[in-house]
Design a protein around this ligand. Structure first.
Ligand code: GAF
Length: 387
């Protein structure tokens, strides 16, 4: 499918702008193996890039304007580089334009001096499924502009650019996990990130060798990070850290939880407990993968889901049903992935049982009167690249 998208985005660029693109760059969506809502608490995460990508055909202009088109909409957004401002843009084009603005904001590019650009985007990362279609856009555009504007930024700096676009241009108070996963993904590996130091390293997953695959179950319940629940959870974590007298929840250990229970109200305590135990589960997963391989991480995935369901309260009935059905029909482990309040679950499944799990999940959703979920396998894949 990716080969076709490359051709398609090239043709669409030519049709829209009447000239050839200088090149095509791409970046993947992500799934998170484990470590949820820990990134903005300076904790640990273990996501991976998936084999669904956003492709950006990009060309330089000889003026100081920027145009962005995509299959997300018929409309082509156009603005002068100097006029880019968070209030000047809304809708999907805020993601690519936010990256351009963030490059200026962070001092990496002088938006008064760089040449304008035309961008065309194509993607097979599903939107609203919790697989970070937004980080895939940000990664592809940032990677392309780094090369075309000769900025010389490394992948972590480009991830920070994506986060700045997301936080300060789009207005979603997210952490850095998704951008890091999209920029730093590796084939058959997850990316272990310490979100305090922003250091990352690849952790081999060896899925095929262990006859395993990861099944995504997209519940079709759409989620949003700019609004409501996500923002509230982040605020609760910050309130918990302040009440405990620490800079962030990264500084709270499992042993501190006893005192936390005395100091905090019940809801804040449970939010804190999720983050603290989830950080430990990420470390345990990394250790289990190295020592015993991917078949050893099932219980950690299951425990992570329970913690998100009961303590952090970011699951929805469709996600719980997807997880429970996957678990009872042969998955080694399963959990919701991403910010929550909808989106997707992932299940670690022996290859021979994939159709069995898919049929079971479809059946369970039908029985509950839920819309039919979309299930598909994902392969941990390489991060941003020039095609
Ligand atoms: C979303 C955010 F964008 C990430 O930064 C992260 O907080 C995640 O939710 C939850 O782990 O994907």
């Amino acid at each position: 499918m990716s080969e076709d998208l490359r051709d398609l985005v090239r043709r669409e660029f030519e049709a829209a702008y009447g000239t050839e693109a200088a090149g095509i760059w791409s970046s993947p969506g992500r799934a998170n193996l484990i470590g949820e809502h820990t990134d903005y608490n300076e904790g640990f995460v273990l996501p991976f890039g998936i084999d669904r990508r956003t492709f950006a055909a990009v060309g330089l202009r000889d003026d100081a304007r920027i145009r962005v088109g995509s299959t997300f909409s018929d409309e082509i957004a156009e603005i002068a580089l100097a006029e880019l401002h968070p209030d000047a843009v809304s809708g999907w084009s805020a993601y690519p334009l936010g990256v351009v603005w963030a490059l200026g904001r962070l001092g990496h590019a002088d938006l008064q001096a760089v040449p304008g650009v035309d961008i065309m985007l194509e993607s097979d990362v599903p939107v609203g499924a919790g697989l970070s279609s937004s980080a895939a856009i940000e990664g592809a555009v940032a990677f392309a502009l780094d090369e075309l504007w000769r900025l010389g930024l490394d992948r972590v700096e480009l991830a920070r650019v994506g986060r700045t676009a997301e936080n300060d241009f789009v207005g979603a108070p997210t952490g850095i996990m998704d951008q890091m996963a999209s920029l730093l993904g590796r084939d058959d590996a997850a990316v272990f990130i310490d979100c305090r130091t922003e250091e990352a390293r690849a952790i081999d997953l060896r899925l095929a060798e262990n006859d395993l695959t990861i099944l995504v179950i997209d519940t079709q319940v759409e989620h949003q990070h700019a609004s409501g629940g996500y923002r509230e959870r982040r605020a609760s974590c910050e309130a918990g850290a302040a009440a405990l007298g620490v800079a962030s929840l990264r500084d709270v250990t499992l042993a501190d939880l006893e005192r936390a229970r005395e100091v905090l109200d019940d809801v804040t305590f449970r939010r804190v407990r999720h983050v603290v135990t989830e950080n430990q589960r990420v470390l345990d997963t990394v250790a289990a993968l190295a020592e015993d391989g991917p078949r050893a991480i099932g219980e950690l995935l299951d425990a992570s889901h329970r913690s998100m369901r009961d303590d952090f309260e970011i699951s929805v009935p469709e996600l719980d049903l997807a997880v429970e059905t996957a678990q009872s029909s042969g998955a080694i482990g399963a959990r919701m992935t991403g910010g929550g309040f909808g989106g997707s679950a992932i299940a670690l499944v022996p290859r021979g049982l994939v159709s069995h799990v898919q049929v079971a999940v479809d059946g369970a959703f039908a029985e509950h009167g839920y819309a039919q979920p979309v299930t598909f396998m994902v392969t941990p894949s390489e991060g941003a690249r020039r095609e």
